[in-house]
Ligand binder design. Sequence first.
Ligand SMILES: [Zn+2]
Ligand SMILES: [Zn+2]
Length: 484
Amino acid sequence: MREALSTELSSEGLEDVEDFIEGSEGESSMSLERVRRASDLMQIGNQAFRENRLEDAINCYSRANSVKPDDPVILSNRCVAYLRVCQVLRRRPPSVSEHSPLSGLDPTIHAELALKDADKVINFRGDSAKSYILKANALIMLEKYELARDAILSGLHVDPMSDPLKALERTAASTIRSSGHGKPERTDDFDCTVCLKLLYEPVTTPCGHTFCRSCLFRSMDRGNRCPLCRTVLLISPRTCAISVTLNNIVKKTFPEEYAERKLENESLTNPGGDFMPLFVMDVVLPCEKFHLNIFEPRYRLMVRRVMEGNRRMGMVITDSASGSIADFACEVEITECEPLPDGRFFLELKSRRRFRILRDWDQDGYRMAEIEWVSDICPLEGTTERVQLQEVIDNAAEYARSWMKKARDEAQQRQDRVKLLELDEVESMMPTTRDPELYSFWLTTLTRRRSSEKLELLRERDTIQRISKALVFLRLEAQTCIIQ
Ligand SMILES: [Zn+2]
Ligand SMILES: [Zn+2]
């Protein structure tokens, strides 16, 4: 079967050799005589190739190459001749080989020589589809189908309309399928080698490998190397660009599957209102502002997804007694995200509102939760209870103002700039007193509380209760003068 396939493959774009043109690259430094000599050898070689005397042709090209090294036309023609030898050897039926064995001619060696030439040709003519056709053919001869696919993709980058490349791509894909190198259910070769799915937002690395953007950076969370060839990569989600051409090819060729991939990706970045990725660390109350350094691979992945979505995640603590996560948590918004060169993130966050966790599960190493938003039981507008609540709030606000002023004065006296900055931040988070629940939470953030106390404050559903607790904390701190 492989024989039959390779016969088809190597014909694509390799029907003939090129004629040598004098006066091309790099000849000024070379004597005219040598150029003439190379040209003569090439003519003889090309004639031998066309008469199917392949060994003679290779001989002439090699001599031309030593007269005029690194000439892309010479190398390209020799590569074609090597490939043709492979093809002929592969085409020989076993019965013929048994009767007249060929000594010294090995298709693998010729394919390896062809690959070497093809790589050199790419160095000189990286903008020509033919260079990639040569390389892909050599790799297919070597049965390195995955690498051949990479070469075909690189070629399609250069020339998306190349018919030989498209034909190669089809045949390579069917070879991969029938020889069990790929997943049998796939009918194309635009797979990402990390997720084994259709490429979504493809990124090509400097080492020439293509992956889904999310797959590449997820893999790089565990070290800055190419997932395929282990080359060290100095790229980051911020500096790397999605290959628009390839993305368009994928989108046009497989519209339905592409739509599916898009949906899949969006469900990870925008899980929907009732689902929340969780950062397990500590209890956070609404109206806090703080910073985080994200270095764990699982949270890097989570933060990237969060940043592509609505920039929100949940903060929760693990219960030290049970080992499971707490029942209440708080939604936080990433207001600043600074990706560091080593892949970490430095985040500024603001906490927004609390929720209860209904259930949670592991997703790609971090926790996802189904949640339910929780709010205080608030008396209706116009009722006496509502008026009472507003009075409590207004009184508390007045106390908070004087408390803040006192704290600020003391910090000023001590020239405690850290404390002053902290007070500025706290003040910047102050909500309007028209939102009693949020305002009551803000009051509790004025003093430092233990995690267990904060968790109780999250569970509390009576605004007045929360305010009175907050006032107790404030008075306590004012009395004992532990404003630091
Ligand atoms: Zn992928
Ligand atoms: Zn690579």
